[in-house]
Design a protein around this ligand. Structure first.
Ligand SMILES: Nc1ncnc2c1ncn2[C@@H]1O[C@@H]2COP(=O)(O)O[C@H]3[C@@H](O)[C@H](n4cnc5c(N)ncnc54)O[C@@H]3COP(=O)(O)O[C@H]2[C@H]1O
Ligand SMILES: Nc1ncnc2c1ncn2[C@@H]1O[C@@H]2COP(=O)(O)O[C@H]3[C@@H](O)[C@H](n4cnc5c(N)ncnc54)O[C@@H]3COP(=O)(O)O[C@H]2[C@H]1O
Lengths: 141, 141
């Protein structure tokens, strides 16, 4: 049965590997992060430290919230705040040897899940799109 | 088989109905739309006209692209541009009597799909989260 085939897939077979994943560095200012997010078109991306270890997730919403002043948008502030200060460090992650089902379960509440190694090294991401493609295949057989 | 149960679900059983969907009006300025997107936390929402008919989708990325000046962000422009001028009017939609499989297929490339009636009236949206919840249930039985 096709759905049984999916159940044997591992995260490492499903993930977009790190070199293809847009990210920002935790020490960079929000202004830089916002430009990366606009240029790549992504609503949120992983945050890594200078040793390429995973630290959290930064989104356009979070950055824009910081720019909201009393009367208007105050984009100048964004040069003075680092990504690390506003990123979300508290997100679920996966390991490369986790399963399709582990990924499916976590992707119910998150558009993508980061894959990290034993030393927090950033390996890649699993996206909802990848899971949905596999599920769609299993319904067509 | 659980996966067969999913195949009989219709879009009307899966959708978030219109009164629960955040949206903006096509005649409103981008500045208003951006505030709605930040306040609700959504990366993009449906655009409706004054008769509650579906017209397109507006995203934070699209609005922020409009604010990018030569040297910096120029948020003042956003008061002068209407949602209709920059929204994406060219998105796939579904009808209430379409199936789970129709929705699954369109959600491979879109985080949500708008559901519209015969007269373009806006009925609701189907989200990836809703499909993934159903798929996850079918793997646990
Ligand atoms: N440049 C592009 N080309 C084609 N389609 C695009 C696209 N940008 C966005 N999409 C479509 O929009 C969905 C939502 O993108 P979003 O940026 O909100 O949310 C994305 C983004 O936050 C992150 N993501 C995906 N690919 C990434 C990458 N290469 N680098 C960094 N983050 C990525 O994972 C989330 C879910 O991605 P997913 O593929 O499931 O779902 C994507 C994809 O179907
Ligand atoms: N306030 C909140 N509470 C709990 N979880 C939240 C949330 N805001 C976002 N999320 C989570 O983040 C995912 C991506 O949200 P995003 O805003 O990029 O993308 C959303 C948004 O563009 C749109 N959307 C979802 N619900 C909406 C609503 N009630 N009104 C308007 N647009 C909605 O559909 C896309 C996919 O939604 P989906 O539920 O599959 O996936 C959501 C959900 O899992």
């Amino acid at each position: 049965l096709e759905s049984e085939k999916n159940e044997t897939l591992l995260v490492k077979d499903l993930m977009i590997s790190s070199e293809k994943v847009a990210h920002v560095q935790s020490g960079n200012p929000l202004e830089h992060a916002l430009l990366v997010l606009i240029k790549t078109g992504y609503s949120s991306v992983p945050v890594l430290n200078s040793r390429f270890q995973f630290e959290g997730i930064i989104s356009k919403t979070k950055i824009l919230e910081e720019s909201l002043g009393l009367e208007q948008f105050e984009m100048n502030r964004l040069g003075d705040i680092s990504v690390r200060e506003v990123m979300d460090p508290d997100v679920p992650c996966l390991k490369k040897n986790h399963t399709f089902i582990d990924a499916l379960h976590k992707l119910i509440d998150h558009p993508f899940i980061c894959v990290i190694g034993d030393n927090d090294e950033f390996d890649g991401i699993v996206t909802r799109r990848e899971i949905l493609k596999n599920v769609s295949k299993s319904y067509h057989e």
